[in-house]
Design a protein around this ligand. Structure first.
Ligand SMILES: [Zn+2]
Length: 257
């Protein structure tokens, strides 16, 4: 499997990016114009296709011992960031979700280490604005937003990948998941800033990650060794994820607190 390619991840967005508290998470919507966009390609993605960066958001727990949606080698991490990309051959995320090559999500795991005293600087680009969106429906903008700092010096050559099925109709495999194998260490004070966000009831936003899904027959590949791993990664419910990506239509029906 080839390396993943990152296009314009190291170029700041020209337009300010919108960051919103949607009641479930801090969501950042990225520009997708021809002159102001970032892409990924390669890895397990179909040859010759590029996937455009659409949005990113975070999942975390109530304590630092859990919060990630993916579980690697039985370990749940403190937080997980999802970077949603759309295959450029489809016009919108809503269209792309109906096709097995429609979407690709990069997942980055963050681990709070009790003895970590140095912030992971890259995340402060987001953390610095969290206070201004602490309440539901609040939004703000970030100038010169740069994707590459969020990844820091993460080794992007090693990742788990699998095709994700939707669990309810249309049941298509719309998401190619790419979960970086190496977690990024952050400080507990950085994590605390996420815990201060509030949901639509003014209650602390926490445990906004999804229950694990049975692995079934899904094959999970670890890029580095090309080994087929049978039980070392467990994944969340994709349908729930996709629901969350469309908050305007589905939020009202969501009974979760
Ligand atoms: Zn997510």
């Amino acid at each position: 499997m080839p390396q993943l390619g990152f296009i314009h991840y190291d170029v700041p967005y020209m337009k300010a990016v919108r960051t919103e508290n949607n009641g479930h998470t801090a969501n950042i919507q990225l520009p997708t114009t021809r002159s102001d966009a970032a892409y990924i390609s390669g890895g397990p993605l179909p040859n010759g296709t590029t996937y455009i960066m659409e949005s990113l958001h975070f999942h975390w727990g109530s304590k630092n011992t859990h919060g990630s949606e993916h579980v690697l080698n039985s370990e749940r991490y403190s937080m997980e960031m999802h970077l949603l990309h759309r295959n450029t051959k489809y016009e919108t995320v809503e269209v792309a979700r109906n096709y097995e090559d429609g979407l690709a999500v990069l997942a980055v795991l963050y681990e709070v280490k009790a003895n970590a005293t140095t912030d992971f600087e890259g995340l402060n680009e987001v953390i610095n604005v969290l206070e201004s969106i602490s309440e539901f429906n609040r939004s703000t903008e970030i100038d010169d937003f740069l994707l590459s700092v969020l990844l820091g010096d993460l080794d992007t050559s090693e990742f788990y990948t699998y095709a994700g099925s939707l669990t309810t109709p249309p049941c298509s495999q719309a998401v190619t998941w790419l979960v970086f194998a190496q977690p990024i260490t952050i400080t507990s004070s950085q994590m605390t800033r996420f815990h201060k966000l509030q949901d639509d009831h003014g209650i602390a936003m926490e445990n906004n990650y999804r229950a694990l899904q049975a692995k079934g027959n899904r094959k999970v590949y670890l890029r580095k060794t090309r080994r087929v791993l049978e039980s070392t990664v467990q994944s969340p419910l994709y349908w729930e994820l996709l629901k969350k990506l469309k908050p305007q239509e589905d939020e009202a029906a969501d009974s979760r607190k």
